[in-house]
Design a protein around this ligand. Sequence first.
Ligand code: GTP
Ligand code: MG
Length: 249
Amino acid sequence: LSSSSTYTTPPSVLLLGPDNAGKTALLTLFERGTKPASTHTSQVAHSIELNASTDSVTRSSFRNHDDATGTHTKFFLVDTPGHGKLRNVAMGKLARTEKVKAVVFMVDAAALGEQETLAPTAAYLYDVLLFLQKRATSKGKDKASIPVLIAANKMDLFTALPATMVKSHLELELSRIRASRSKGLLDSGVGMDDVGSEEQDGWLGEYGSEKFTFQQMGEFDIDVEVLAGSVLTEEPGADKWWWWIAQRI
Ligand code: GTP
Ligand code: MG
C-alpha cells in the first residue's frame, strides 16, 4: 500500500450559492444516500467526506457513494452559508480551501423568476466567477482552472424555471451587473485600446462585449454548465449533479 496516497489531502468540491437554495439539503442527501434531512439556515461552513466513482455500475447515482470497490475517489464536499452577511465565510472557503476541483453554485430555480431573488443570486455568482477568472489569469502555481456547475434546484415546484431559462436569466442579469460595475470606466471616454490591463482584469468575461454569456468564461478555461434537479424529489433528483461532480474530482 502506498503511504503517499494515505497522506494526500482529498480534493474538495465547494457548495456555494445564496441562502435557501438547498445546499445543506443536498449535502445531507449525498451524505445519507437516501433522503435529505430538514435544515436550518447555515451560519458556518461544514464539510463531509464522500466517495464517487466514474467506473462502477452505479456510477451516475449518488446512492453508490459508500461503495468500497476501490474504484472510488474520496473527496470533501464543503457546504457554506448563503446569507449575504456571511459572504466572507463562503468566499474565504473559495480562496483558501486546498485542491478545489469544482464549484457547485446552487440556485433556487423556483424563485429565480423574481427580481428580488435573481438580483442577489446573480451578484453573488458574479463575484464567484470574477474570483475564478482572476485566479485563472494570475500566474500562480495553482493554475488549473475550476469548473462551475450551476445547480438549478427545486424543479419539483411549478414556478421553477427550466434550465435554459435559469441560464438566460442569469446571463442577462450578469450583463447588467457588469455594465453597472464598469460604468465609471465606460463613461470616462477612454477608448477600448487605451484601457489598461487593470481595468480589463475587473471585467467579467469577454472584454468589451455587450452581453455576458457563460461561454465567455471559456476564454479563461472555466467551464460553466447549468443542470436542473431537485433535492427533495426523486425526479429529476440529484443524480445529474452527482455525475457532474464525479467526473471532476
Ligand atoms: P443557507 O444555509 O441559508 O445558505 O441555505 P441552503 O442553501 O443551505 O438551503 P437549505 O438546504 O437549508 O434549504 C432551504 C429550504 O429549501 C429547505 O426548506 C429545504 O427543504 C428546501 N429545499 C431544498 N431543496 C428543495 C427541492 O428540491 N425542492 C423543494 N421544494 N424544496 C427544497
Ligand atoms: Mg445551508
